[in-house]
Design a protein around this ligand. Structure first.
Ligand code: HEM
Length: 505
């Protein structure tokens, strides 16, 4: 071939490639509100905004006609991000079998959680779900949970707040609540008290720190633009992956020791009420499988309630009107008591009566959901109710944080904190609770994989708030600035929540 025809061929090829890239790019641009770049898809836009992912993606969904956007990632699978309740119902319930967590997701958390309930699909998930949902509905587990919460409040939380008020110490309330929740869920999972709130044993504190690291570093893998990046680091055992490996081995060793000693003992008895004993009694499970179940439970119940309450107390600091109504409700429940029981901790039936408190907590979680986004994988090509086409193996993410901020779901005042929106009025003008569809408010997920700990979480949160607000004034040091958040598996505040505590007069 002479030089002239070679040049023509190269020119023709370059032109052809240019046209291909141009059309490809035009195609993506028309399909998604994310900014797309030739060859790179939406990745540069994502990388530039990764540090403020929640607000950036909320903005994009708000401006999409169906609150859904396709995320193009050339060289790897694409995905759909949605804040559309019909799509959420479709993926979580109507077409549940087409949207498992999927191998990509399960693989990210597998080193830490194995195939525990939180990290499994299909048969293995069903098996654990069946036993767990039976146990979560038993009165004995509920009583065990209430008893643990009450003891932790009376013997640790209140004395700690009392000391802080006397010494005028600024407390990190998020840290306090996380320690509370960790003690609590460990008691529930395997009846071990790490006593993290009370200063803690060395082993208990080490377990909590390692658990914290393992959860944060595992979730860091989600934010990797390409999965092979963290896999290379894991292979070389360097950086975050090295730390992750160390923290996982600390967590596993702690849990394995408890399971081993439980198995060596005579086996569970009628007095063993924690989840581990219940799973040991229900099936002939291997120690490894039991460990995965227990660790999944701790992960599921650990940072969720503390996240919810940290945002709740921050909001309340600048809403004395809401605080007053909660205190009024607590007082009215107290006043119904017979003499002699006036200072005893609140019982289950009393907590159930506190509907305004329920609304105030639910409203805080609407704006600051503890699990702000959640992922599934599409098994077979499908069309979502809003018309979005989704292909096999694409990821789909429903965006709970964005859904709390959508006008078409919550109205023009969607950004306002307003517990009253949780009530309707009956014909006689009485306030009645307005239940919300879990697909418009997927804070606890929905469908067959709905959160198992929802009732327990509300008991814990209401019990803490009622006991604390009855005795103390809690004021965020900087109540006018919205705390920055860290995006891990749960929505935590960067730098904690510094508060001042005063005894309520
Ligand atoms: C405010 C508190 C809580 C919130 C907002 C919450 C939210 C959620 C969400 C969104 C999921 C779905 C996660 C997913 O599948 O990717 C979930 C699952 C789960 N939650 Fe909760 N949770 C809370 C408290 C708890 C507590 C205290 C427990 C008890 C230990 C618990 C136990 C579970 C379990 C076992 C699952 C897995 C269910 C399954 O996959 O079948 N949760 N939760």
């Amino acid at each position: 071939m002479d030089l002239f025809s070679m040049e023509s061929l190269l020119l023709f090829l370059s032109f052809f490639i240019f046209i291909f890239i141009y059309l490809h790019h035009q195609f993506y641009t028309t399909k998604t509100p994310f900014k797309t770049y030739p060859l790179l898809g939406s990745l540069p836009h994502f990388i530039l905004n990764r540090h403020r992912f929640l607000d950036w993606s909320t903005d994009i969904l708000r401006h999409s006609p169906t609150q859904t956007a396709i995320f193009f990632r050339p060289g790897t699978v694409h995905g759909v991000i949605t804040a559309n309740p019909d799509n959420v119902e479709h993926m979580l319930k109507t077409n549940f079998h087409n949207y498992p967590k999927g191998n990509r997701f399960l693989f990210l958390l597998h080193d830490f959680l194995g195939h525990g309930i939180f990290n499994s699909d299909g048969y293995l998930w069903k098996l654990q779900r069946k036993t767990a949902s039976y146990e979560f509905n038993t009165k004995s587990l509920r009583n065990f949970a209430i008893q643990n919460v009450t003891v932790e409040i009376q013997t640790r939380l209140i004395p700690l707040l009392q000391r802080a008020s006397e010494t005028e110490t600024v407390l990190d309330l998020q840290d306090v609540l996380e320690r509370f929740a960790f003690d609590n869920v460990c008691k529930l999972a395997f009846n071990v008290d790490p006593a993290c709130l009370g200063g803690g044993s060395t082993a208990g504190n080490g377990f909590m720190r390692a658990f914290e690291d393992a959860a944060t570093l595992s979730s860091g893998r989600f934010m990797s633009a390409y999965h092979w990046l963290w896999r290379i680091r894991r292979f070389l055992n360097v950086g975050d992956e090295k730390r992750l490996k160390e923290s996982i081995s600390t967590v596993h060793a702690f849990a394995d020791e408890i399971i081993r000693s439980r198995m060596e003992a005579k086996g569970p008895t009628n007095t063993d009420v924690d989840l581990l004993s219940r799973f040991m009694a229900a099936e002939d499970n291997s120690p490894g499988f039991l460990r995965n179940i227990v660790i999944s439970m701790i992960l599921a119940g650990r940072d969720t309630t503390s996240s919810a309450l940290s945002w709740f107390f921050w909001i309340l600091s600048s809403r004395p009107d809401v605080k007053e109504k909660i205190i009024k409700e607590i007082k009215s429940v107290r006043e119904k008591r017979v003499c002699g029981e006036s200072s005893a901790p609140f019982g289950y039936e009393e907590l159930k009566e506190m509907n305004y408190l329920l609304a105030a907590i639910s409203e805080a979680m609407r704006l600051y959901p503890p699990v702000p986004v959640d992922f599934k994988e599409c098994l077979k090509d499908d069309v979502l109710p809003d018309g979005t086409v989704i292909k096999r193996k694409w990821f789909i993410m429903y965006h709970t944080y964005a859904m709390g901020r959508m006008e078409n779901i919550w109205g023009k005042d969607c950004n306002e904190y307003k517990p009253e929106r949780w009530f309707d009025f009956d014909e006689d003008g009485n306030q009645v609770w307005r239940s919300e569809s879990p697909f418009r408010y997927p804070v606890f997920h929905g469908g067959p994989r709905m959160c198992l700990g929802k009732d327990m979480a509300y008991i814990q949160m209401k019990s803490i708030v009622a006991s604390v607000l009855e005795r103390f004034e809690i004021d965020a040091v900087d109540k006018d600035t919205c705390p920055e958040h860290i995006l891990a598996l749960t929505l935590r505040m960067k730098g904690g929540l510094p508060v001042r505590v005063r005894v309520r007069l």
